[in-house]
Design a protein around this ligand. Structure first.
Ligand SMILES: [Zn+2]
Length: 118
């Protein structure tokens, strides 16, 4: 058994030792927190602001790396990606882009609703 297999075996044993109610509570807590963060993100995104840094989604401040740089604000260049990677993992950046994709549909629908009211 190599080190990775041993790690997996121990992690499995650890998970199996946890009471099912504790796992359920932690899972629900995590889901609730994620939902709250997504709601905050969507509200600010719809107004053109970033829920992480609080700045406009159109802003680019080199000294304040933020996932909203993936939206290519003016001044952002590919060479700044390593700065972004240094603060967020691939999975965090991917999750951010998923939220953006979901929110753009929401914002598009809201804009459509507003236009149909006119
Ligand atoms: Zn930001």
């Amino acid at each position: 058994m190599d080190a990775f297999e041993l790690y997996c075996k121990r992690f499995n044993e650890y998970l199996n030792s946890l009471p099912i109610e504790k796992i359920r509570m932690e899972s629900e807590k995590g889901l609730k927190q994620n939902e709250e963060e997504f709601q905050d993100f969507r509200e600010k995104f719809a107004r053109g602001f970033c829920s992480y840094c609080g700045l406009s989604l159109l802003s680019f401040v080199k000294s304040k790396p933020c996932p909203h740089w993936l939206l290519k604000p003016k001044g952002f260049r590919k060479r700044f990606f390593p700065i972004l990677y240094s603060i967020k993992s691939f999975h965090e950046l991917e999750a951010y882009l998923r939220w953006v994709a979901n929110s753009e549909i929401l914002v598009r629908n809201m804009a459509h609703d507003k236009l149909s009211e006119i």
